[in-house]
Design a protein around this ligand. Structure first.
Ligand code: ADP
Length: 516
């Protein structure tokens, strides 16, 4: 059972599949090469045999002299005559005659000078006589054409030998009579070479395959070892030790890229784990403060209050803390809904100038109370495709912060500008500003610049306002730019894409100018 599972695991493994594909490719490649090579060799050898046969044919044409033997043959049979005083002619004719068949136009075979029934014992013994219809058909075909091409064929002899045969029409030198001649050549040597070659391949291919497969298995193993090492390193990383990283191999290969990507992912996970931890710590801290305060008020009411007024005051204070508590819970709920994508924007086309103007008007009374001059500049029309409620919440948060962190006699300015590709909403003040070291954190949840806030108590901010601003800008595919100089003021610019332009990715650009 275990064995079968182990085998299945191996056969599904990357190493096995890599080796199998390599072996398959190698097999196909080797067989392909062998077949191609054999074809080519076959072609070359056949060409050589044809050339040899062509040479013999040319020699034979010069020496073909057929004599009729009237006196001994009443059927007017003819013989291939040669001059045995001429050693060259004798050698060539005897050599050719051994593998040739000569017949007259009617298909009747020519005798030799020994009056043997077949012209060439070598040929006829092996291949038999060419039947008269074949002879006649060849002669007729050759006569009807001016330059007849030779007829090539391969034939098997009775004892299983392969022959290459060239057949055609030849004119007798002396009498100018047409004769059918077939020259044969045994292909045994040629076949032996091919067979030898085939056997070499049959012997070599399996050996090469086994060797190649072992090599493939070894190479795949070597290539995959670092992957296993990476997997083992990755296994050691868990929620409790997210600070661990997979060591880079410095090889600059794909695996290093994978390790880099993986490490970056762990980094992001660690950051969000950290954020979550920080968030829950912040939430419990934020909730504990009003709860402790409520408990204190109730203890006062229970143990020390004597008069109705003292009771009322304790109750009033406790109620204020309860309000703050529910404010925090409500804001958190809204923010987490927004950030988890559960708040869907209700976008509509509206005139942003009107929205901003209304808000500035609403803030005039608190601004006057705080002796701060609140001014605004905007075009009469600024069409935008936004969620009115969220945009109002965004500007309200920015305006209330500006008023909260600007002292008496200060100025707060709201500027709305429309460009072809973007809309800019700027809220700037000449208030206390934010020091550069605090600037990158102001969009974090529950973050308040230390020492800058209003005194701890019910009116202290929750530190969630700018988190909302960031989410709203992001949801509208916009970006936020902040510039601040401690003691001189702060400028928040929200840049939204203009109607009809594609969404941009939101960015937080934080810039700080230090006081000179
Ligand atoms: P809060 O409810 O405390 O205002 P926010 O998230 O709106 O929370 O702001 C975070 C912190 O950023 C504030 O506590 C304040 O210290 C700082 N801040 C925001 N706006 C301004 C501003 N216009 N001038 C100076 N400091 C600011």
């Amino acid at each position: 059972m275990f064995r079968r599972l182990h085998l299945r695991r191996i056969s599904r493994g990357l190493r096995f599949r890599l080796t199998a594909s390599y072996a398959l490719f190698f097999t196909v490649f080797l067989i392909g090469v062998a077949v191609l090579f054999r074809e080519r060799l076959d072609h070359i050898l056949q060409k050589q045999e044809q050339d040899a046969l062509n040479d013999q044919w040319a020699a034979m044409k010069g020496y073909l002299r057929i004599e009729k033997k009237h006196e001994i043959d009443p059927d007017e049979r003819a013989i291939w005559y040669y001059d045995d005083g001429d050693p060259d002619e004798t050698r060539i004719v005897l050599e050719i005659k051994n593998y040739s068949f000569v017949a007259d136009a009617s298909g009747k075979p020519i005798l030799d000078e020994n009056d043997q029934p077949a012209v060439s014992a070598g040929y006829t013994d092996s291949l038999g006589l060419d039947p008269p219809p074949v002879v006649q058909a060849t002669i007729n075909a050759a006569r009807s054409l001016k330059n007849p091409s030779p007829v090539w064929s391969t034939r098997w002899s009775a004892d299983g030998e392969r022959y290459l045969v060239r057949a055609g029409l030849v004119w007798d030198q002396r009498h100018q009579l047409p004769y059918y001649v077939a020259l044969g050549m045994p292909l045994s040597q040629y076949g032996n070479i091919l067979r030898g070659f085939t056997w070499i391949f049959i012997g070599v291919i399996p050996g090469a395959l086994v060797l190649g497969t072992f090599l493939g298995w070894f190479m795949a193993g070597r290539a995959l070892t670092p992957v296993l090492a990476v997997a083992q390193a990755a296994q050691r990383i868990s929620g409790s030790n997210l600070s661990l990283r997979i060591p880079n191999r410095e090889a600059g290969d794909e695996l290093d890229y994978l390790i880099l990507t993986f490490n970056r992912m762990i980094e992001r996970l660690e950051a969000s784990f950290q954020q979550m931890k920080q968030f829950s710590a912040d939430v419990s801290h934020e909730l504990r403060t009003p709860i402790t305060a409520i408990r204190g008020q109730l203890e006062v009411a229970l143990f020390t209050a004597k008069t109705t007024d003292q009771y009322r005051e304790a109750m009033f204070n406790a109620l204020q803390d309860v309000d703050r508590l529910s404010q925090i819970v409500r804001a958190l709920l809204l923010l987490s809904q927004a950030e988890s994508g559960q708040t869907i924007l209700q976008k509509s086309r509206l005139n942003l100038s009107e929205v901003v103007e209304d808000l500035v008007e609403q803030f005039q009374i608190p601004a006057e109370e705080a002796r701060i001059t609140l001014t605004s500049e905007m075009p009469p029309d600024c069409p935008a495709e936004v969620d009115r409620v969220q945009i109002e919440r965004m500007i309200t948060n920015l305006l209330s912060n500006a008023l909260k962190f600007t002292d008496k006699g200060g100025h707060v300015r709201v500027v709305l500008q429309s460009f072809p590709d973007r809309i800019e909403i700027v809220v700037e003040d000449d208030g206390r500003g934010i020091a550069p070291e605090f600037l990158p954190h102001i969009f974090d949840r529950f973050y308040r610049v230390p020492g800058s806030g209003t005194a701890p108590g019910p009116e202290q901010g929750l530190g969630l306002g700018l988190s909302f601003v960031a989410w709203i800008a992001k949801a509208h595919h916009g970006k936020i730019e902040v510039e601040s100089t401690p003691g001189k003021g702060t400028r928040f610019a929200i840049i939204l894409p203009a109607c009809g332009t594609g969404p941009e990715t939101m960015e937080l650009a934080v810039q700080s100018t230090t006081l000179v």
